[in-house]
Design a protein around this ligand. Structure first.
Ligand SMILES: O=C(O)CCC(=O)C(=O)O
Ligand SMILES: [Fe+2]
Length: 360
């Protein structure tokens, strides 16, 4: 069981349920972002352009090469895609969502038993963003964050024991997602003319690539035009897989288009390219800038699985075979831990866009 910490900031869920009509100043975004949020909420343009890739044909030779081309194009031009016929059983996804929802349906006091303690480095558990960034802004969300794969590295003592099936369900889901991650890394490797195991091996391979699950819980917000559920960022992971409860909110940034809202496609999973994959591919695959909007009517919940390299064991550097003649390596070598440090440092210096350490 997790330690019982006094939460450093009030849970957003409590604020949201307190009947307030205007949100506290720490949640009000800068003027520059606000116009942009309002425009996005008003025009509601949903997702034209974000590629949708059908992985259904991946086991035939011809179908596989079609998937390679489509996945490559999406990762190169957008850094994000929706995949369908991905092989993760619908029934497991339904159970995962029911158990995550069941946890967040518990009273806040029950969830506090699982509270994390970021100040002492205990980043797994139930939490809310600390105002530790230079702009002092908070995000309109609470979350549950924990390592879910490989099983022997997971700290089951901090996993929810309510709902009763949470542990079994989340474990089965993580196993299926791990298989899907290998499938995606293989297509992405082939797309760059690499051996199909190459990218995954560079990121830690079977034993050391870690899956971290973050359940993002975005309560209803009385002033969605002023707030963000998650501020603009790129994920530090190699790939991230996102599921959600059917409420729109995720937006990706595309040069020439601006902010584009991810469409709702039944039984799809959203896949982001993150920083670690961008680094080792020397920028061939693009780490996508994205953010989350909130709304007045509906609670939004998303399940983000971050595929992370081990913190110290591998050095992330552009693969020599991807640095073409006359090109330069666009990224300096670094461990994943060093990458996290750099990103936090940069964000502090820039005074915005900072993320708590546990967040990709
Ligand atoms: O809620 C979402 O759809 C995305 C969340 C996200 O970007 C993250 O947790 O890193
Ligand atoms: Fe993200």
């Amino acid at each position: 069981m997790a330690t019982k910490n006094i939460p450093p900031t009030p849970r957003v869920e409590i604020l949201a349920n307190s009947g307030l009509c205007s949100i506290p100043a720490e949640f009000v975004r800068a003027e520059s972002e606000r116009k942009d949020i309002l425009d996005a909420l008003n025009n509601g343009a949903i997702g034209h352009g974000i590629p949708i890739v059908d992985l259904g044909g991946v086991s035939s030779e011809e179908g596989r090469w079609r998937c390679v081309e489509e996945v490559k194009a999406a990762a190169t031009e957008w850094g994000v895609m929706l995949i369908v016929n991905h092989g993760v059983q619908e029934e497991i996804i339904e159970r995962l969502q029911a158990s995550g929802r069941g946890f967040f349906d518990l009273p806040v006091e029950a969830k506090e038993k699982y509270a994390n303690d970021q100040s002492s480095g205990q980043i797994q558990g139930y939490g809310s963003k600390l105002a530790n960034n230079a702009n002092g802004k908070l995000e309109w969300q609470d979350y549950f964050f924990h390592l879910v794969y490989p099983k022997e590295k997971a700290d089951l003592a901090i996993w929810p024991t309510e709902p009763a099936d949470y542990i079994a369900t989340t474990t089965s889901f993580a196993e299926e997602l791990r298989t899907l991650a290998t499938k995606m890394f293989s297509l992405l490797s082939l797309g760059l003319g690499l051996d199909e195991n190459k990218l995954e091996a560079e990121l830690g391979g079977k034993d050391d690539l870690l899956l971290q699950l973050k359940i993002n819980y975005y309560p209803r917000c009385p002033q969605p035009e002023l707030a963000l559920g998650v501020e603009a960022h790129t994920d530090v992971s190699s790939l991230s897989f996102i599921l959600h409860n059917g409420v729109p909110g995720l937006q990706v940034f595309k040069n020439g288009f601006g902010w584009v809202t991810a469409p709702l496609v039944p039984n799809s999973i959203i896949v982001h390219v993150g920083d670690a994959l961008e680094i080792i591919t020397n920028g061939r695959y693009h780490s996508v800038l994205h953010r989350g909007l909130v709304n007045k009517e509906n609670i939004r919940i998303s399940w983000a699985v971050f595929c992370e390299p081990p913190r110290e064991k591998v050095v992330l550097r552009p693969l020599p075979e991807l640095v073409g003649e006359g090109e330069v390596a666009r990224f300096e070598p670094r461990t994943f831990a060093e990458h996290l440090e750099r990103k936090l440092f940069k964000a502090r210096v820039a005074g915005s866009g900072d993320k708590a350490v546990c967040e990709d």
